[in-house]
Design a binder for this molecule. Structure first.
Ligand code: ADP
Ligand code: MG
Length: 259
């Protein structure tokens, strides 16, 4: 029977979506005045879209984002120095195609991670891959892999995603060996894959972060050669939200932690 043959053909070719929808499309086609070619075109593109959707969903999981937020959810009126114009340019994803980097600098709560995540979400939706980790996790990963003798293989793995996001550089210091491998990671992605990095420390303070001015300079040299820096200077959005909710008491100079 034709249905059975079609189901089998779809299975052999891995056309999961087409298998589910060809019936419906065939019925629609027979009602309308749609040509054979248009019918085929519809079916094929429905399959392609479904495949892309599945891949994006899988890539979202693999990216290990700490939360999912989009660029549309970012309030640029509250944080004008986050530079809506530059973010809109980055949103076109030319930087990923050209393997350029993006650095978000600024104090806690101003939206650095949100914007990094938002760019990653946009890239994944458009077929790219991403991998998110905090500098803290990266340092631990480097140390473990030095001990287990797999550090070179690990560096290769970290080269694979279209975007590598390194969040919160600057909170944890680094010993010489870790800083050296951190440099290796930046350097092996240089002109091959994008890095989005966030930091609470200005570039001038990176010598302290990496425990060595020479390593810091080498890292900055690779990182910034093809890059966009967005320096966010403003109030913490977390504090704003807490003020609004009434948890914020400036006389105590602290606010109730809820996250
Ligand atoms: P940072 O990484 O700079 O410390 P986050 O990006 O984690 O700050 O932001 C803290 C929280 O506030 C997140 O939940 C984020 O989504 C939200 N947030 C920060 N800035 C904005 C903004 N301008 N518009 C909307 N949400 C924001
Ligand atoms: Mg953050």
């Amino acid at each position: 029977m034709i249905q059975e043959r079609l189901n089998q053909a779809c299975e052999i070719l891995g056309l999961i979506h087409m298998n589910a929808v060809y019936d419906h499309h065939a019925e629609e086609a027979s009602k309308g005045s749609i040509s054979y070619l248009e019918f085929l075109d519809k079916l094929l593109w429905a399959e392609i879209e479904a495949k892309r959707d599945r891949a994006a969903k899988a890539n979202m999981k693999l990216a290990k984002l700490p939360y999912v937020k989009t660029l549309e959810q970012f309030d640029f009126d509250f944080q004008p120095s986050a530079n809506a114009r530059k973010i809109n340019e980055l949103k076109t994803l030319g930087f990923v195609a050209r393997a350029e980097n993006v650095v978000f600098l600024g104090p806690p709560g101003v939206g650095k991670t949100h914007l990094a995540v938002g760019l990653a979400v946009e890239a994944i939706k458009n077929g790219y891959t991403a991998y998110f980790l905090s500098a803290h996790e990266l340092i631990a990963m480097i140390k473990e892999n030095i001990i287990s003798g797999r550090i070179h293989r690990k560096i290769k793995t970290l080269c694979k995603p279209g975007i590598l996001i390194i969040d919160e550089v600057g909170y944890a210091g680094m010993d010489d060996e870790t800083a050296h491998y951190f440099f290796q990671i930046i350097s092996s992605r240089y002109e091959k894959g994008s890095i989005i990095l966030t930091s609470n420390k200005s570039y001038g303070e990176w010598g302290d972060v990496f425990g060595d001015n020479i390593v810091a300079t080498a890292i900055l040299d690779r990182l910034l050669h093809h890059s966009t820096t967005i320096n966010i200077k403003g109030d913490s959005y977390r504090v704003k939200e807490k003020k609004k909710a009434g948890f914020y008491d400036p006389s105590k100079l602290e606010f109730t932690p809820t996250d």
